[in-house]
Design a protein around this ligand. Structure first.
Ligand code: PLI
Length: 459
């Protein structure tokens, strides 16, 4: 029974101690980290909102599953449990385990893309686009314009714009579009959902043009929550039913199980076509491992199978998104600009508005993220021009309209008091915003630069 309160449907059985550091410690740490929060040691972090990936708290049942690991090289019973769970909850007939989401993206991109192809998607994701590009494709953004506007209150900012999709089709032809890649609860847009109406229309479009529909289902349960709350006709459906309905519209999926499914490591590629499965099995052995473990330990596949069942429970998802909404509303109430509507996995601060004195080429979101850490020990992540990287053809910086700092909430980890501390920390850093300086690169990696780039302050 879903109640009005988002109170957690669990109690705490084990805790991990964390400690607060001094401002001097944090200043030293961020300088040593080249102003990149990815390069901090986690021991120097108080509240870690870098990501929701692989950092959720597993349940006692999942930990019991760890003890049930069958570590046979081939044909582990945990693989069959995982495969059956994927089919039961997500509809896909065949499952190829991978070590995490990008492992699945690599296999998918290599199998489906030929050099010169185009892959449309509802906004880029860093690793997804990179694997498409490494396989020779060009990513084309077909998300609605509202998704690029932090202030638009559109309830389904993850929706596909069919005019953009048709324009691409007219320009390059269906034979150059091997598939469309659609993310549920679009990460880079601020954790924004896609509607079932839009997904159904996309299914018809794909059938009409003979184009495959691939689903990045990393945060599908959170997307289902917004459908249940916002889309006509779904109020009385369960999250589990909505998740199944979403998945059943697509032909294949990549999954980073480190998010929705609350495991520390793991993912998969799933599909309905037997021939595609055969080809994926042939390739997974090259990069990940045998097709019955693909880079995952048996115990991790067991924890994942259990995590999937927990991730679609209404009470769980209500509490999970409820906590994100709680933090977002608190920050918004202090007149701090964030992406609206508040998303499913994170609150995104609008750095463009918060730091108008820093031009985008001096990385305002990166600077704000570093300043928030120094202020409070809260670790966040840049999601703006640094994350967007460079255009593969021109070498110039992509210049995304959204220049954001992401406060990402791990699942089942932090308490309401931690959210209060975080909101206060953001308020404090806003008070000192004029002191925040822009940054420039001292080291810029060629690929996925945001992970390991280093910066210095511009005086
Ligand atoms: O981190 P991986 O390789 O398990 O998954 C890659 C990945 C694919 N799709 C989407 C939508 C993601 O959000 C994603 C990973 N996201 C990370 C690590 C994040 O911090 O958001």
């Amino acid at each position: 029974m879903t109640t009005l309160s988002w109170a957690e449907p669990y109690k705490i059985k084990m805790v991990e101690l964390i400690k607060m550091t001094s401002r001097e410690d944090r200043l030293r740490a961020i300088r040593e980290a080249g102003y990149n929060t990815f390069l901090l040691r986690s021991e120097d972090v108080y509240i870690d909102l870098l990501t929701d990936s692989g950092v959720g708290a597993m349940s006692d049942r999942q930990w019991a599953g760890i003890m049930m690991g069958d570590e046979a090289y081939a044909g582990s019973r945990n693989f069959y449990h995982l495969r059956d769970t994927v089919e039961e909850y997500y509809s896909y007939k065949y499952t190829v385990p991978c070590h995490q989401g990008r492992g699945a993206e690599n296999i998918l991109s290599q199998l489906l893309i030929s050099p010169g192809d185009y892959v449309p998607g509802n906004m880029y994701f860093t690793t997804t686009r990179l694997h498409q590009e490494l396989a020779g494709a060009t990513f084309v953004d077909v998300i609605i314009d509202e998704a690029h506007d932090a202030e638009s209150e559109h309830p389904f900012k993850g929706n596909v714009d069919f005019d953009k999709l048709d324009a691409l089709l007219d320009e390059v032809g269906a034979e150059k579009i091997p598939y469309i890649c659609i993310a549920t609860c679009v990460n880079m847009a601020g954790g924004q959902p896609i509607s079932l109406e839009n997904l159904k229309r996309l299914r018809r479009w794909c059938d009409e043009h003979g184009i495959m529909f691939v689903h990045d289902m990393t945060r599908v349960a959170e997307n289902a929550y917004f459908i249940q709350r916002r889309e006509n006709g779904y109020q009385n459906k369960t999250i589990r039913e909505i998740v199944y309905e979403i998945c059943a519209l697509s032909d294949a999926a990549t999954m980073s199980s480190k998010k929705d499914a609350m495991v520390n490591i793991g993912g998969f590629l799933a599909m309905n076509d037997a021939r595609f499965y055969e080809r994926a099995c042939a390739l997974v052995v090259v990069y990940e491992g045998l097709h019955t473990y693909g880079g995952m330990a048996g115990r991790d596949m067991e924890a994942l199978a259990i995590g999937i069942t927990e991730s679609v429970q209404d009470d769980h998802i209500h509490a999970r998104v409820g906590q994100v909404l709680y933090l977002g509303r608190k920050i918004r109430a202090a007149d701090i600009p964030i992406v609206n509507p508040i998303g499913g996995h994170a609150v995104f601060l609008n750095a463009t508005k918060m730091l108008p004195h820093i031009p985008q080429e001096h990385f305002p979101a990166q600077a704000l993220s570093a300043a928030l850490y120094v202020e409070s020990g809260v670790r966040s992540m840049e999601r703006g021009i640094v994350s967007a990287g460079r255009d593969k053809a021109t070498g110039k910086n992509h210049r995304p309209k959204l220049e954001l700092v992401r406060l990402t909430i791990p699942r089942r980890v932090y308490t309401q008091a931690h959210m209060d501390v975080t909101a206060n920390a953001v308020e404090e850093v806003v008070k000192r915003r004029d002191e925040i300086k822009g940054l420039r690169f001292t080291y810029e990696p060629e690929m996925l630069r945001f992970f390991q780039a280093r910066f210095e302050q511009i005086d």
